[in-house]
Structure formats: structure tokens, C-alpha cells
Design a binder for this molecule. Structure first.
Ligand SMILES: [Zn+2]
Ligand SMILES: [Zn+2]
Length: 148
């Protein structure tokens, strides 16, 4: 984590502002491939002097304090970085993920699919070969429409 922070003395305490450059690693939420990317996170936090005017109990909880002339940046950095991370990270926006049937990596093989044959048409598929396979999808859809 590279920090580029400015510390300013203000009336109530110490204002910390700047950016943290972090390298994020994890795995794609769709295809489970490892991913890594750089992220720049804005940091802004006011550390109150311990003797600054009293705050309500609720505010007290949320406030960071200057303690023994020192500030603890770690929780502030952690909160800022963690909340900036994507909830569902993906290796790329159009990641195809894994096949729901067999777990195959679809990015490597975009044409991968399983024929889900309607048993009522399976006899026809056997008769006409490839032509029937190409037609199978639209026919199945119109079937569903009729039933619903
Ligand atoms: Zn992916
Ligand atoms: Zn599959």
C-alpha cells in the first residue's frame, strides 16, 4: 500500500487526507481465476484531540482520536479500502464464468454448451442430425410459451 497523505492541524484535531494506492488480489466471482488490479482510494479522516469538546456517546463511538500524540491509521485505511472494493469482483466485465452443468471454464471455450433436449424432440434430432440441433433452441422456447 502506497500512501500519499497530508496531515493538517485543525481546530478540533488532525485532519488526514490523501490517497492510498493499493494492489488488490483475489479471484473472479464468476470463473474463480485469480485477479489483481491497482486501486486508488481517497482517504479523509479527522482525528479529534482527546480533550476536544464533548461529543454525544454515539459520535464518540465513531470518532477517531489522537491518543498520546499518536494516531492509528490502520483502521481508517482498512475501512476506506475495504468499502471501495467491488462486492462481486470479475476478471473482466464480460467474463463468461463457469458452466453451470459441468464447471468448465467458458472463457476458454465460448461455444461450450450442453444440449438440453426436450424428450419429445429427441427422436427427431436422431433423424435429421445437425440441422435439428440448430433448430432445437427456438422450438423449445415456443413450447414453453404454449405451456404457460
Ligand atoms: Zn472471470
Ligand atoms: Zn458444461
Amino acid at each position: 500500500m502506497d500512501l500519499n497523505l497530508r496531515l493538517e492541524a485543525v481546530h478540533e484535531g488532525i485532519l488526514v487526507s490523501g490517497t492510498a494506492d493499493v494492489e488488490v488480489t483475489g479471484e473472479c466471482g464468476r470463473c474463480l481465476e485469480p485477479i489483481r488490479f491497482d486501486s486508488e482510494v481517497d482517504i479523509q479522516e479527522l482525528f479529534y484531540y482527546s480533550d476536544s469538546e464533548s461529543l454525544s456517546a454515539e459520535e464518540e463511538e465513531e470518532q477517531h482520536r489522537v491518543e498520546n500524540d499518536a494516531i492509528h491509521l490502520e483502521p481508517v485505511l482498512r475501512d476506506a479500502v475495504v468499502t471501495s472494493l467491488p462486492f462481486q469482483p470479475v476478471c473482466r466485465e464480460d467474463c463468461l464464468g463457469l458452466c453451470a452443468e459441468c464447471g468448465a471454464q467458458l472463457n476458454d471455450d465460448p461455444d461450450h454448451h450442453h444440449e438440453i433436449l426436450d424428450p419429445r424432440w429427441s427422436a427427431l434430432a436422431g433423424l435429421t442430425g445437425t440441422a435439428a440441433e440448430n433448430d432445437a433452441a427456438p422450438r423449445t422456447k415456443s413450447d414453453e410459451r404454449e405451456e404457460s
